[in-house]
Design a protein around this ligand. Sequence first.
Ligand SMILES: *[C@@H]1O[C@H](CO)[C@@H](O)[C@H](O)[C@H]1NC(C)=O
Ligand SMILES: *[C@@H]1O[C@H](CO)[C@@H](O)[C@H](O)[C@H]1NC(C)=O
Length: 365
Amino acid sequence: MASCVVSIVTSFLCMLLVCVCVSAQHQRAFFVFGDSLVDNGNNDFLATSARADAPPYGIDYPTHTPTGRFSNGLNIADIISEQLGLEPTMPYLSPLLTGEKLLVGANFASAGIGILNDTGFQFLNIIHIYKQLKLFEHYQQRLSARIGVEGARKHVNQGLVLITLGGNDFVNNYYLVPYSVRSRQFALPDYVRYLISEYRLILRRVFDMGARRVIVTGTGPMGCVPAELALRSRNGECDVELQRAASLYNPQLGDMIKGLNQEIGSDVFIAANAYQMHMDFVFNPQAFGFVTSRIACCGQGPYNGIGLCTPLSNLCPNRNLYAFWDPFHPSERANRIIVQQIFTGSTDYMHPMNLSTIMALDSRA
Ligand SMILES: *[C@@H]1O[C@H](CO)[C@@H](O)[C@H](O)[C@H]1NC(C)=O
Ligand SMILES: *[C@@H]1O[C@H](CO)[C@@H](O)[C@H](O)[C@H]1NC(C)=O
């Protein structure tokens, strides 16, 4: 009897504690910028060819319908929200993103965009990164109207930001066609330096707009995705030229981020080594429970890497066995492996620290 009372009291205290923690966690907003790796539906509202609004996209999403995500289910941004116990962010263009929902944050990402304004021009109407930042400004005005200028400023300061950008500046610009405008203008090392200097301006702007914790992902192994294996590889090996681009770009991105943090005097920017995160399962898919990392689950032609994933494409029965969902994008299961590293990875994966460390630090602040 007495032990029963004690256990009732303890479980009541536990519940109280859980409530306090959960409600404190719900305060943190999440803001997402970038390309198709994190777009959760903005392009569905735009007249663009870069869209994932037809089946089998979304086949493993809770609703089993396409949502604009370039995944069979959740993308990296969704899984971060889920792991933090937050509501999923809504696409900023959604008319449903109003009222209290603004406090959750917003997703400004748009498939096809890059660091450069000319990247993704072939997709017509997409939200280039400067436009995404403009919308972030607009968001802040709407939030201010709700909770006051000071409250909005604090909410943004205390928010978490994810920015995923850069791959398209290679695959959908420099290497889009032989003798592309950019490849005639720049040798690869000069192009990479130019991208990094432009990206620095963008990140500085994100900081100036109030962001104080920003996860910045580098590019994956672009030469190893099924699309590039189909287009450029002779024997199924990763394409050497795109791998060279990634190996030039990613270390310079890391250095640039270090420099920015030094300039600001605080670890605002966190470099996520997306290259290594992907490489682990690209090189050893079986160790992660995949049958292959070369063949996309959905597509056609060699490696299912030609064209887009459409209702007419080949479709694998079990998406959990494939590292790549479509010719360019990881499956939800691969996205979960990546997010696991974002949360708990060593400094080789997350520099200067991983997301669980960030959450612990910020909860004490
Ligand atoms: C890209 O566009 C934005 C705004 O439209 C502009 O501020 C920026 O300077 C442009 N970048 C380049 C490299 O032209
Ligand atoms: C990352 O997370 C793990 C556990 O969550 C922790 O033990 C480790 O020290 C962290 N590493 C860094 C560099 O923050």
